[in-house]
Design a protein around this ligand. Structure first.
Ligand code: WTA
Length: 646
């Protein structure tokens, strides 16, 4: 291999894994040469009530853009995640729950999971929730969050999980965005010893969502909350009154399973829609091969169910494979920076999956916090969410894994439903910082800005040229925007929004977003969302937001703000605006830098030149490029002069 640092696959791993390198190459070849046959075979990995006869019906355009898999089959996701395992695994642990406080944990068997989910499914039905209805889930990382998702799947309701860190406004927008009548929440969440007022946030959000007629509330902390007798229902009481048998609804393969809102480069968050059959085939298959999951393994993905990673790799993928999946309520550094590794020791975790931002944060805490734990049960380490810098990769490999564990750097997106580019533990020699090679059936294509395909070792815009079963099907209620966003930049290709390099060995290196989406601690943030939050403040005239390199977060949020005439910049106002954005969107959108901009660099036609703002934020003035097209080039000098923390 060409690059200096390559970590070959250890011999014993190649022997014991589901696939070794020759097998990977063979299966990949099959999947590309005859996708119909390949996916017909692998489609059988889940249980179908009525088997499919059609495998794939996809058009990426021109013309009617549509994506359909296993169209005439019927199944149920919850049945696959639970019922199918009951004959052999009723008493095996499905979920290990680890509380925010290290003294709290719980083991939930497949049998218990079945009863808990079925009861809640009946409780929803009793409140009139039915197949096709959208249900919003706004919860902490407690077992009930997974029950709620699975119960929706069981009765054919479509869930939309909203991350518990979002503000009331952001929650309201997402409830309205999918027109849901039912919300599931908790009195309060607990993270890092701090309480999160979920019910109070929900109450606030619902002031602008008059159609919501039911709010299920899990009692997590017992904290004081307001109560609306007509609308609010205690989870426990509703479940106690419900039967523990609830038949799993027969769903068509292309019936919606869930909506997940994610940030785009423009406008409001988009409601990414995933459907039933293809999604489940893909989520479970990638979980098996990428994490080389074998029966009995204890698997832990540290994501939150509010993100796609939690959907596919805490809940649906692992449970469909009959796995034991760990659900963690807390944060990496509470009560101490050893928490992750202590949890691994406590529950004998074999497979550990987290984000580069967490690795970088823990790396900062020094060796001691890691070294005083054993981690001896860990066999495989994974990362997701953003490019991992080789330094963090090496630390993960050498310190956390003690050089013993392979690392799977998995590239994918909310839109892709599951992992698309990734090493397979028994098959792929690793290069730190590279997501390596495509998963089965995935055809990456790099194109230049005119859409011309690039061959060999090169760098370009990452597209995928053919569908895979886990792909999103549309944007909820806005198919036009779906086509526009993903299929019209480059004709006939799915455009990911990411830039990417391919090396001489055919390995892929994701370089980050090429659109106006920034990636803050692995969380996607549309610059347009932060900008509209800022201009919603009475004193702000205009704002432009860009990302800049941040040691821990990967990217930080850099906001340029122009105040209304007559308003004076002050440190106090800066703090007020930062707090304002947190309140409008949520803490993940907190600007790291906020610079007063008497003017923004604009072209004569009034378009903000973000390229220049990015360079200034990055402290890279040498290469500002051509500024002659600016309406007023002097604004640039002012911005450079007053850059934050020069
Ligand atoms: C980025 C998260 C580099 C990428 C599953 C993508 C990554 C966006 C990686 C999707 C990785 C995710 N290496 N970049 N291994 N994984 N990304 O929708 O920019 O929250 O487009 O899905 O995260 O973020 P999303």
């Amino acid at each position: 291999m060409s690059d200096a640092t390559v970590f070959p696959v250890p011999e014993d791993l190649a022997q014991n894994a589901w696939v070794d390198e020759p097998r990977y190459l063979e299966m990949y070849q099959q999947s590309i040469e005859d996708p119909e046959a390949f996916w017909a075979e692998h489609g059988k990995r889940i249980h179908w009530f009525k088997p499919f006869t059609k495998v794939k019906d996809v058009n990426y355009g021109p013309g009617d853009v549509h994506i359909r898999w296993y169209e005439d089959g019927t199944t149920n996701v919850c049945y696959n995640a639970i019922d199918r395992h009951l004959p052999t695994k009723k008493d095996d642990t499905a979920i290990i729950w680890e509380g925010d406080d290290p003294s709290e944990h719980e083991y939930i068997t497949y049998g218990q999971l079945h009863d808990n989910v079925s009861r809640f499914a009946n409780a929803m039905k009793a409140r009139g929730v039915k197949k096709g209805d959208r249900v919003t889930i706004y919860m902490p990382m407690i077992p009930e969050a997974t029950y709620a998702m699975l119960a929706c799947a069981r009765i054919g309701a479509v869930h939309s999980v909203v991350f518990g860190g979002f503000s009331p406004d952001a929650l309201a927008g997402r409830i309205q965005g999918c027109e849901s009548n039912c919300v599931i929440t908790a009195d309060e969440g607990l993270r890092g010893g701090r309480k999160v007022p979920l019910k109070a946030n929900t109450d606030k959000a619902l002031e602008s969502c008059p159609d919501v007629d039911t709010v299920f509330v899990v009692k997590r902390t017992g904290g004081d909350i307001d109560w609306n007798d007509k609308r609010d229902v205690w989870w426990d009481e509703a479940c106690a009154a419900a039967d523990k048998e609830c038949p799993a609804e027969e769903m068509k393969a292309e019936d919606p399973l869930f909506i997940l809102f994610t940030s785009g480069s423009t406008g409001k968050p988009k409601g990414v829609l995933h459907t039933t059959g293809g999604y489940l085939v893909y989520a479970s298959m990638t979980h098996k091969y990428v994490f080389d999951y074998h029966d009995g393994d204890i698997y832990w993905c540290t994501a939150d169910v509010g993100w796609i990673t939690g959907h596919s790799y805490i809940v649906y993928g692992p449970l469909t494979n009959g796995a034991t999946t760990l659900v963690f309520e807390g944060v990496p550094n509470y009560p101490t920076a050893s928490r992750f590794w202590e949890v691994c020791d406590k529950h004998k975790v074999n497979i550990f999956y987290t984000a580069p931002t967490a690795i970088r944060a823990l790396m900062r805490e020094g060796l001691e916090a890691v070294k005083r734990t054993s981690r001896s049960t860990i066999r495989l380490l994974g990362t997701v969410g953003e490019p991992i810098n080789p330094e963090a990769w090496m630390w993960y490999h050498q310190v956390v894994g003690e050089g013993r564990c392979q690392i799977v750097d998995t590239w994918w997106q909310t839109e892709t439903g599951g992992i698309l580019i990734t090493p397979l533990p028994g098959a792929t020699p690793l290069k730190p910082g590279s997501a390596t090679r495509p998963f089965f059936g995935v055809k990456p294509l790099l194109v230049d800005n005119d859409g011309k395909p690039l061959e060999g070792a090169t760098e370009g815009n990452l597209c995928i040229s053919d569908s895979w079963p886990g792909q999103m099907r549309t944007l909820y209620g806005d198919h036009e925007r779906f086509v526009q966003t993903y299929f019209s930049t480059y004709d006939g290709l799915y455009f990911t929004g990411d830039g990417c390099r391919r090396d001489e060995d055919g390995y892929y290196w994701i370089t980050g977003r090429v659109d106006d989406v920034i990636n803050v601690s692995g969380h996607r943030m549309g610059t347009a969302e932060v900008e509209s939050a800022l201009v919603a403040h009475a004193k702000v005239a205009e704002s432009a937001v860009v990302g800049y390199p941040h040691d821990i977060k990967g990217q930080g949020i850099y906001a340029y703000v122009t105040l209304n005439a007559g308003e004076e910049p002050s440190d106090e106002l800066r703090k007020e605006l930062v707090t304002w954005v947190r309140k409008e969107i949520g803490p993940i959108a907190t600007p790291d830098m906020l610079q007063w901009a008497p003017g923004l660099p604009k072209t004569r036609s009034g378009k903000i030149m973000r390229r220049i703002l990015r360079k200034i934020a990055e402290n890279d003035y040498g290469s500002l490029g051509d500024t002659s097209t600016l309406a007023d080039p002097s604004v640039v000098d002012d911005l450079i002069e007053n850059r934050m923390n020069k």
